[in-house]
Design a binder for this molecule. Structure first.
Ligand code: Y12
Ligand code: CO
Length: 173
């Protein structure tokens, strides 16, 4: 297993449209395991393959559980070739992204959704999601289409982000 480098904004590779997975082999399983180790090492709850430079339609989500906020590996969702088939309602959630460190902002998303996807063996699955899981799925599917959560900000909030980003770059020296 390995902790991989996470691409950071404004890396152009994050803008790629990821392609479908057709081969469900040990290379895919190793990538899923490395993504999980990388996400936990960086204190994330969701990660798309493009964030580690692999333009494939793969994402993982491992939500914290209980008062301790423990991320149990057995709860990690491995989602391949996802398609949202139904959405309902809207929800505001303060989002962050491992590719856009130190910036958090409220984004409006669908409150509930139904998702069709494949697991690591290529088996077709469906799930229903609400609240944080629904938000996380939409955030990660956006990555597969080259979209970052900061693209969804109002003009005013986007300017605030650009200003904070430039300030952070300067302080890095
Ligand atoms: C709700 C909102 C966003 C998502 C997508 C998944 N996003 C993350 O997992 C973001 C993680 C994150 C972690 C950070 O590190 C720490 O908090 C220690 C972080 O802070 C820095 O990079 C400095 C930023 C983002 C799903 C659901
Ligand atoms: Co992200």
């Amino acid at each position: 297993m390995a902790v991989l480098e996470i691409l950071q904004y404004p890396n152009k590779k994050l803008r790629a449209r990821s392609s479908e997975v057709h081969v469900f082999d040990s290379t895919l399983h190793t990538l899923l395991e490395d993504m999980h180790e990388t996400m936990l090492a960086r204190k994330g709850i969701g990660l798309a393959a493009i964030q580690v430079g692999i333009p494939k339609r793969i994402l993982i989500i491992n939500l914290p559980q209980g008062e301790e906020g423990t991320q149990h590996p057995e709860d990690c969702l491995e989602i391949i070739n996802p398609v949202i088939t139904h959405t309902e309602g809207s929800i505001l959630w303060r989002e962050g992204c491992l590719s856009v460190p130190e910036f958090y902002e409220e984004i409006e998303r669908h409150a509930n959704l139904t998702l069709a996807y494949q697991d690591r063996h290529g088996e077709s699955k469906m799930l229903q999601a609400s609240e944080l899981l629904s938000v996380a799925i939409q955030h990660e599917i956006d990555h597969l289409n080259g979209v970052l959560f900061v693209d969804k900000l109002s003009m005013l909030k986007r300017k605030k982000f650009e200003k904070e980003f430039k300030k952070a770059l300067k302080s890095e020296g």
